[in-house]
Design a protein. Structure first.
Length: 56
């Protein structure tokens, strides 16, 4: 699946949630964030939004 890291243009109302994920995934996301000069959170949100857009 191809996805793009998005740069938010304006702030939307947000909520705080806690998730528990494997350290190996955290490391991969950290690397992607560093390569793209963005936050870990922005990478995760971009991935989630892309996955949800692909739903039928």
């Amino acid at each position: 699946m191809k996805w793009n890291i998005r740069r938010p243009l304006e702030k939307e109302e947000s909520v705080y949630k806690t998730i528990y994920i494997k350290q190996s995934l955290v490391s991969k996301i950290d690397a992607i964030a560093k390569e793209n000069d963005t936050s870990w959170n922005n990478v995760v949100i971009s991935m989630i939004e892309t996955c949800l857009e692909d739903e039928p």
